[in-house]
Write a protein that binds this ligand. Structure first.
Ligand code: PXP
Length: 247
């Protein structure tokens, strides 16, 4: 396989919002573990889960249950805090994606300021790496942030596709080019580019067609679609669209 152009684009499914629905009633249903098992059964490539500081969806005990219930790699999204570092080191997920986190936000609204937070991030990246956890930094597709990720020695960056997903008209092409340029630059610097946030059936294909991008992480739309068509069908449809775009 050519490292610059991975043949198969991986799909990581973010199952946080299964837990959001569960937590709305305080019980055990629907169980994000069952969602993880379905994702595995229909050929998803990974499970992504964000343990937020306020535990609004995924809870600590879910992590071990997800890890025990499927052989798919777990990508733990985490804020750069001592508490989350300690949890990641305890659970040893396949990957840890460091995301910015503000308590009042509804979702991860922007990329991590890797450039402005070098000193805070460097020891966290190092400790995760030393533990054998593949570190990813969730950054905007900007030169300054990619430079910072290179300086931090992160093997992976996940580009925040929110600006692209929300752009309208000609601006969408501008945002797509930004993603494509930054993905190419990341790959040239030996960093594996991933992408995610706000991706849907309607907007996934141009991002999936960027040849250097190795993985997409998609959550809210898939879980929303699952309400209507079931999670199996939603994941299968997304997979088909990704494969078609990749040619
Ligand atoms: N990747 C990261 C790092 C995220 O934080 C999220 C959730 O905000 C996603 C991907 C998935 O985004 P969405 O739920 O909009 O598909």
């Amino acid at each position: 396989m050519n490292a610059l152009f991975p043949a198969r684009l991986r799909l990581g499914v973010n199952i946080d919002h299964v837990a959001t629905i569960r937590n709305a009633r305080g019980g055990a249903h629907p169980d994000p573990v069952r969602a993880a098992q379905i994702v595995a059964a229909v050929g998803g490539d990974g499970i992504t889960a964000h343990l937020r500081e306020d535990r609004r969806h995924i809870r600590d005990e879910d992590l071990a249950r997800i890890q025990a219930s499927t052989s798919l790699p777990l990508n733990l999204e985490m804020a750069a805090t001592d508490e989350m570092l300690e949890i990641a080191l305890r659970h040893k997920p396949h990957a840890a994606c460091i995301v910015p986190e503000r308590r009042e936000e509804r979702t991860t609204e922007g990329g991590l300021d890797a450039a402005g937070q070098h000193n805070r991030l460097a020891p966290i990246v190092q400790r995760l790496t030393d533990a054998g956890i593949r570190v990813s930094l969730f950054i905007a597709p900007e030169m300054r942030q990619l430079d910072a990720a290179i300086r931090l020695g992160a093997p992976v960056v996940e580009f925040h596709t929110g600006e692209y997903a929300h752009a309208e008209g000609e601006q969408r092409a501008v945002e797509l080019k930004r993603l494509a340029d930054m993905a190419a630059l990341a790959a040239r610097n030996g960093i594996e580019p991933h992408a995610g946030h706000g991706l849907t059936y309607d907007n996934v294909q141009p991002v999936a067609a960027i040849p250097q991008i190795a993985e997409l992480n998609i959550g809210h739309y898939l879980i929303g679609e699952a309400v209507f068509v079931g999670l199996e069908n939603a994941v299968r449809r997304m997979r088909e669209l990704m494969d078609a775009a990749r040619g």
